[in-house]
Design a protein around this ligand. Structure first.
Ligand code: ADP
Ligand code: TRP
Length: 323
């Protein structure tokens, strides 16, 4: 059996880029026989940048509702809040004492955040150590992540190996990053990579009217209705291409090339595609967001299972360390 583990920070509502680039591929991986998946909401990590409790609660619910709306099977797997497994904080302290200071000081993501953010707190600095604890507490074998997280996985492997070799033990499984090169980069409404940091994202869970407004605001060139258009340089087409089937895509491509097809038409087609493709997920998402008792129940199922694994591992770590 392979254990697959990944976390998403609870700093916002997952957008179309997160869904196509992270949530859907991870769920597909979890469906392979022989894989057991632990997907969690990295709410402790979110405290490094987000201090408001109400925002955090809303975003935790939203990330959980997204995984469930996209049919993550919680019977076979585990979905949980990082903060509900206190063993992860205990392990973080132990791992801190095996982490060379320069390794954290030289991490790209720390350098990047400390250049950009006004609040450069110690949580940002030790972020990779908490991430290492997230992973090795559960004996994860594979960690599906984006390219930006690869260095964090290298740090995790370093810390785990250091610990193992210090005690001539194999307490921790050494995990591997799983970076899917084939995963598409979803463009945002301005054509840059879709990201919450660029505020160019499509939230597929918006009410119809608001969603339509966002889709209609996708940036295009100024060609007139009559003019033929180049689908391959158009953001509307690029996003449509990630959602439609072969026939729908080639029909839109022809429309672009032959002219008398405006960007308004293409945007309407994209809006309708989002509504139809994600109809079930949008309904499921809102039914969970409107019934947080149910959401809580589903999370607690995963938390109980994850905690059992965490308790066993921390017991072993304490005994190796002489605590
Ligand atoms: P954001 O850029 O909005 O802050 P995150 O960095 O929190 O998103 O990414 C969470 C996950 O979603 C990562 O696995 C990342 O690779 C994936 N992801 C984010 N944006 C995109 C995108 N535009 N296209 C594809 N995958 C994305
Ligand atoms: N740092 C990851 C991100 O920002 C989120 C995360 C926290 C994570 N802990 C993890 C991802 C453990 C994978 C495994 O995307």
């Amino acid at each position: 059996m392979s254990r697959i583990l990944t976390g998403i920070q609870s700093t916002n509502i997952p957008h179309l880029g997160n869904i196509l680039g992270a949530v859907m591929p991870a769920i597909k991986l979890s469906e392979q026989p022989g894989n057991e998946s632990l997907f969690f909401i990295a709410d402790l990590h979110s405290l490094t940048t987000q201090k408001e409790a109400t925002q955090r609660i809303n975003s935790v619910n939203s990330v959980a509702a997204t995984w469930l709306a996209f049919d993550f099977d919680i019977e076979k797997n585990m979905l949980y809040r990082q903060s509900r497994i206190p063993e992860v904080c205990e392990l973080t302290w132990y791992l801190n004492c095996f982490t060379p200071y320069p390794m954290l000081a030289n991490a790209h993501s720390f350098k990047d955040k400390s250049d950009r953010l006004s609040d450069v707190n110690s949580g940002l600095f030790t972020y990779p150590v908490l991430m290492a604890a997230d992973i090795i507490l559960y004996d994860a074998h594979f960690v599906p992540v984006g390219k930006d997280q690869v260095q964090h996985l290298e740090i995790t492997r370093d810390i785990a190996s250091k610990f193992n070799s210090h005690y001539s033990s194999d307490v921790f499984v050494i995990p591997e990053a799983k970076v899917d090169e084939a995963v598409m980069i979803v463009p945002g409404i301005d054509g840059q990579k879709m990201s919450k940091s660029y505020n160019n994202f499509i939230n597929i869970f918006l009410p119809d009217k608001d969603l339509k407004k966002v889709v209609m605001s996708i940036v295009t060139d100024a060609k007139t209705l009559e003019e033929p258009k180049d689908p391959d340089t158009c953001n509307v087409f690029k996003i449509f291409q990630l959602l439609g089937n072969a026939e729908q895509i080639s029909e839109m491509r022809e429309n672009y090339l032959k002219g008398n097809y405006g960007y308004g038409h293409a945007k309407t087609a994209l809006f309708e595609m989002i509504l139809s493709k994600f109809e079930k997920q949008r309904n499921r998402y809102w039914s969970l967001m409107n019934n947080t008792n149910e959401l809580e129940k589903q999370l607690q199922i995963g938390e109980q299972k994850a905690r059992t694994i965490a308790r066993e591992k921390i017991k072993l770590v304490r005994s190796v360390l002489g605590f």
